[in-house]
Write a protein that binds this ligand. Structure first.
Ligand code: LLP
Length: 422
């Protein structure tokens, strides 16, 4: 019998339909527990800041609040959702390379705790707007440390052309901008931030990052800025298929914190807080997508199984050639004798969810459970071909609750206007 957190998969499908995102809430809680307990130091204050772009909805943000984590938001929409839940704005880190004037205003009015400043013009805009307000904010400078890491490799480059952040090859720009912000009296330059990539399996990349960040924090300190915070971003890996070897949470947290402690004593001990921003590693493995198998089709070289969703609810295979694992509910113990290509229903040849997966013989009406879809699935969903957004449920100890309703056709077309016809 196929279950997710004590709840039968067929039962979930009869209650909620497909395609359906299902999160094992106990798995989400376990990750939050692991990160918050492992990311602790005797020397520093620490904070786990959830990168909500991976999956942002009210129920998820409530969980984040429960574990005392901070929240990374990158848009008015992510911020709005957080504020709607009553999330403490002082624990919000506002990111993004092109925060609009309206978003900046919204964040200032909401008393968001920290702005992560991405470029000079943004700094000017914040400066201009804050003049009119009572509020004070902390800022971190997003910097490019010249380390780029993806999956199992990392490279050290100049990386001067990133759309994100200030290049460390232009330190004077950072010093000048920091001076201007600080002079406002309302903006406190607290430190620096970097994010070096995603799905990183090499903990040495973080060691390198920590060293570079402490070295630059020291330069800021020596210039007279009271920098206390280093935010190391996210990027911790998740397990999708047997090709993936994520570093266990405890190991990556220990590596980061021990390196921070070493660097801190080497540089003079002025850093007081270390932050990380995991997104994927908290939500990916807890998430499943349930699809109903429709038609099957044999071509000379492929056996297709078509499902009732596709790139509209998971763009990652089409966009990044991301690989996933899946099983057919109720057939886990049968021999996987056929190599299937799992294709979605969108009008796009690239709408392939899994290329070449061995499964037992699939039949129309089977439920295909795709694993590890909790990160950047729902959050990158689209209305392509006017497929409504699926529902999302949290399951815990045999009980399911809807956290996002399935979108109806009415709701999807609600904002559309038709010209009056006489
Ligand atoms: N902090 C910052 C500033 C970020 O830009 C990101 C991700 C994170 C934290 C969280 O990274 P994570 O722990 O989730 O790897 N759509 C892509 C991933 C894009 C990540 C962008 N930034 C995907 O589906 O693989």
């Amino acid at each position: 019998m196929s279950e997710i957190s004590g709840m039968n998969v067929q039962e979930l499908v009869s209650q909620f339909g497909t395609p359906l995102f299902v999160y094992d809430e106990s798995a989400l809680r376990q990750k939050l527990h692991d990160f918050t307990t492992c990311f602790q130091s005797q020397i520093f204050a620490t904070r786990v800041v959830y990168a909500s772009k991976a999956f942002n909805c009210k129920a998820m943000i409530d969980l984040i609040g429960e574990y005392g984590c901070g929240l990374d938001v990158v848009s008015g929409g992510e911020l709005y959702t957080a504020l709607k839940t009553g999330f403490d704005p002082s624990l919000i880190w506002f990111h993004g390379n092109n925060k609009t004037p309206a978003e900046i205003q919204m964040a200032l009015d909401a008393k968001v705790g920290t702005f992560v400043i991405d470029n000079e013009m943004e700094a000017e805009e914040v400066l201009e707007q804050i003049k009119e307000k009572e509020t004070e904010i902390d800022v971190l400078f997003r910097v490019n440390p010249g380390i780029e890491a993806h999956t199992h490799q990392y490279v050290v480059t100049g990386h001067v052309d990133s759309k994100f952040g200030f290049s460390l090859l232009e330190k004077d720009v950072i010093f000048d901008t920091a001076k201007k912000l600080q002079a406002s009296g309302k903006i406190h330059v607290r430190g620096i931030h970097a994010h070096i990539g995603s799905q990183i399996f090499d903990k040495q990349a973080y060691v390198e990052l920590v060293r570079k960040m402490f070295a630059f924090a020291k330069e800021l300190h020596d210039k007279g800025f009271d920098v206390t915070d280093i935010n190391l971003g996210g990027g911790f890996g998740a397990y999708y298929t047997s090709e993936d070897h994520p570093v266990p949470v405890k190991e990556v947290c220990d590596t980061i914190l021990r390196t921070c402690e070493e660097e801190n004593s080497r540089t003079g001990g002025f850093i007081r807080q270390i932050l990380i921003e995991p997104g994927r590693s908290i939500v990916a493995e807890a998430g499943y997508t349930l699809y109903t198998v429709g038609y099957l089709k044999q071509t000379p070289n492929k056996t297709y199984a078509f499902v009732d969703g596709g790139m509209s609810d998971n763009i990652r295979p089409a966009l990044y050639q991301a690989k996933y694992d899946a099983y057919i509910a109720g057939k886990e113990n049968l021999l996987s004798e056929i190599n299937y290509t799992i294709a979605g229903k969108c009008c796009e040849s690239g709408d392939i969810l899994i290329e070449n997966i061995a499964l037992p013989k699939a039949e129309k009406g089977d439920i295909l459970v795709m694993k590890t879809t909790g990160a950047y699935g729902y959050s990158m969903a689209s209305h392509y071909n006017k497929l409504p957004f699926p529902a999302v449920v949290f399951v815990n100890e045999g009980k399911a609750r809807t956290v996002i309703e399935r979108e109806s056709y009415e709701h999807m077309t609600e904002l559309e206007k038709q010209e009056e016809r006489s």
